[in-house]
Design a protein. Structure first.
Length: 504
């Protein structure tokens, strides 16, 4: 009997393994605790608005620049971008230190840019064509915002996420981001039916205020969410999120050091001023002294040099197809046609990135890690530039631009953000701002210098001034080095996750 009972016990089925989450469960983040799902919902709406506003306003800024100033000045405008960005970046770093709340940081900058766009909209009501000096302001406002806002928002999200949380949530956030890009592109593609450039400027001003509210709500939910230690958290293999409601939890952003009441001692005051000045540029020191952070600095923006070369070819060929003037006679309708075409290209970028993020991002990360997803962009960029070098035409340039943008937005961008999760708070905010923002325009500067000295459109080299030999050779060397750095970074990140360490 005992043997029979033992045999019976051996035949009893064990506990069933937990069911694998479905595709819908992954998109709805049902693997996460409920409190964090709510926080990531508002973050998803916020990143959606960031790309929606960018895809809405960048096309009219380019077409307005071509219309009011001319495509021959476009490389020059890009060359001066790093100079324009310096005061913006210094102000951002000062606000990161001075403001104790990331929500207040986002609200401050959102309202500031909202005021700029609102004033541009008011001014454009009285003028059919935007004046050149306003077109310069419009161009630089859009270009600084396009890098400032994603960096700022992803810094906040990286701060509240662990490596495991980011693997679960970031693909869904990328999908939400691309959905915003699709909506913004469709909006701008119908520019003639939404009030033209003026209508887009008014909409931009309103949506930036809405963005501030969404981030405030997301941060409030993240701050009040408890640390999950129950079976639900264990079943998802997720660790508690940093920055929770523990009494000893570190605040999301560093508070300013306490100051003497009246600053009566000159030495104390000078020391405080020196500390504040150091905090503005501390990110540069972190990049220079931490190889891992220096590697992120490289892979974050390395795509912009060859992409700037391709972008200029795209702008030149679009302006050739829909010129501002024919035999000296202005054609006002062509500006809206350029704006609409830029919007349709953005739509293709965001739609493709959304599909790739949903169907491939998480699977690629699970199978090959960040080394695989970070290496995809340099390979695709190299192939794209070589295709343009051998088959230079309007549609070749537009198609490869869509291809490289899809890979950048869906794979390289979120993979870069996951690298920051395994770093300290100072790196997440201060080093990231210099890396992603100033590195962005530093790489664009290099690409613009190549365009200005090698590929610049001039009457002496018509119909096209693209130097395929130099551009191709340069891109081969650039992308090879970029790919090596990307692969090393991905392997280092995997080691940090295994060892439970962070770069500080």
């Amino acid at each position: 009997m005992a043997g029979i009972e033992t045999q019976g016990r051996e035949l009893q089925p064990g506990p069933e393994p937990p069911a694998r989450p479905s595709w819908l469960d992954k998109q709805l983040l049902r693997e996460l605790p409920n409190e964090w799902r709510k926080a990531y919902l508002f973050f998803a709406l916020a990143v959606m608005l960031v790309l929606l506003t960018a895809s809405m306003i960048n096309p009219p800024s380019i077409s307005t620049f071509n219309d009011s100033i001319g495509k021959d000045k476009y490389p020059t405008a890009q060359i001066y971008l790093p100079v324009v960005l310096i005061p913006v970046l210094l102000v951002y770093n000062f606000l990161c230190t001075a403001l104790k709340s990331p929500a207040l940081l986002v609200a401050t900058l959102s309202c500031a840019y909202s005021v700029v766009y609102f004033l541009l909209a008011i001014r454009s009501l009285s003028e059919r064509n935007m004046e050149p000096w306003l077109a310069w302001i419009f161009f630089y406002a859009c270009n600084t915002k396009s890098v400032l806002f994603p960096v700022m928002l992803w810094s906040v999200m990286n701060d509240v996420s662990t490596s495991q949380y980011s693997k679960v949530a970031y693909p869904a956030l990328v999908l939400a981001q691309q959905m915003g890009g699709i909506m913004g592109s469709l909006w701008t593609a119908n520019v003639s039916h939404v009030g033209g450039t003026t209508g887009l400027l008014f909409a931009q001003a309103f949506l930036l205020v809405l963005l501030a509210f969404l981030v405030w709500r997301a941060c409030a939910l993240a701050a009040s969410a408890p640390v999950e230690r129950d079976a639900e958290a264990a079943s998802t293999s997720l660790q508690p999120v940093a920055g929770s409601s523990r009494p000893d939890a570190e605040p999301l952003m560093n508070a300013s050091p306490s100051q003497p009441g009246a600053c009566s001692q000159c030495g104390t005051g000078c020391k405080a001023v020196g500390l504040k000045m150091w905090e503005l540029v501390e990110g540069i020191y972190l990049i220079a002294t931490k190889p891992f952070v220096a590697g992120i600095f490289w892979v974050a923006c390395a795509h912009l040099v060859p992409r700037t070369i391709l972008d200029y070819q795209g702008v030149a060929l679009i302006d050739e197809r829909w010129p501002r003037t024919v035999d000296g006679v202005p054609i006002p309708g062509n500006k809206d046609k350029q704006t609409a075409f830029f919007a349709w290209c953005n739509l293709a970028n965001t739609f493709g990135a959304a599909l790739l993020s949903v169907l491939g991002l998480r699977k690629l990360i699970e199978k090959g890690g960040l080394a695989l997803t970070l290496s995809a962009c340099p390979l695709v960029m190299l192939i794209s530039v070589l295709l343009v070098c051998f088959f230079h035409s309007f549609w070749t340039v537009q198609i490869v631009l869509v291809l490289v943008n899809v890979v950048q937005y869906a794979l390289n961008g979120p993979s870069r953000e996951m690298l920051y999760v395994q770093t300290s708070k100072e790196i997440k905010y201060k080093a990231k701002s210099w890396s992603d923002m100033y590195g962005n325009f530093l790489q664009k500067f290099i690409g613009a210098m190549i365009n200005n000295n090698v590929n610049k459109e001039m009457s002496s080299c018509q119909p096209h001034c693209f130097n395929a030999t130099f551009s191709g050779i340069f891109t081969v060397g650039w992308c090879t080095f970029w790919g090596i750095v990307a692969a090393v970074l991905g392997m280092k990140h995997a080691q940090l996750v295994r060892d439970g360490q962070k770069i500080s």
